[in-house]
Write a protein of this length. Structure first.
Length: 101
C-alpha cells in the first residue's frame, strides 16, 4: 500500500500516517508496537510483525483490521475520500484467477 500512496503523499507522509495509525490502534491493542521506534517503514513493519507473531489469530486479525481502517481514515482526512478510494482500489480488486474461477 505504501507504493500506492508514496507518489501522492511521499514516503515521509506514508511513514507519518503509519506511525499515527500504529499509535491510535495501540490504544485498543496495547500489545501492538507503539510506533515510537526510530527508523523508516522497514523498521516499523518489522516491529509490527514481531507484535503480531504469536498472537491469537482473532486478536491479530482484529488489530490488523483496525490498523488498516485507521490508516485509511487518516489518509482520507489528508487527501479526501475519493482519491483514497482510487489509490487503494487495486488492493481490493479481484485478481484474474478469482474472476475466472
Amino acid at each position: 500500500m505504501a507504493g500506492l500512496c508514496t507518489p501522492v503523499i511521499g514516503a515521509r507522509g506514508v511513514d507519518v500516517i503509519f506511525r499515527r495509525s500504529m499509535y491510535l490502534t495501540g490504544k485498543t491493542f496495547p500489545w501492538l508496537a507503539s510506533g515510537e521506534e526510530q527508523g523508516g517503514s522497514a523498521a516499523l513493519l518489522a516491529s509490527l510483525k514481531v507484535s503480531l507473531t504469536g498472537r491469537d489469530a482473532d486478536d491479530a486479525a482484529a488489530a490488523g483490521y483496525t490498523l488498516l481502517a485507521t490508516f485509511l481514515e487518516l489518509l482520507a482526512t489528508l487527501i479526501g475520500e475519493s482519491l483514497t478510494e482510487r489509490l487503494v482500489s487495486p488492493v481490493w480488486a479481484p485478481s484474474e484467477q478469482e474472476t475466472v474461477s
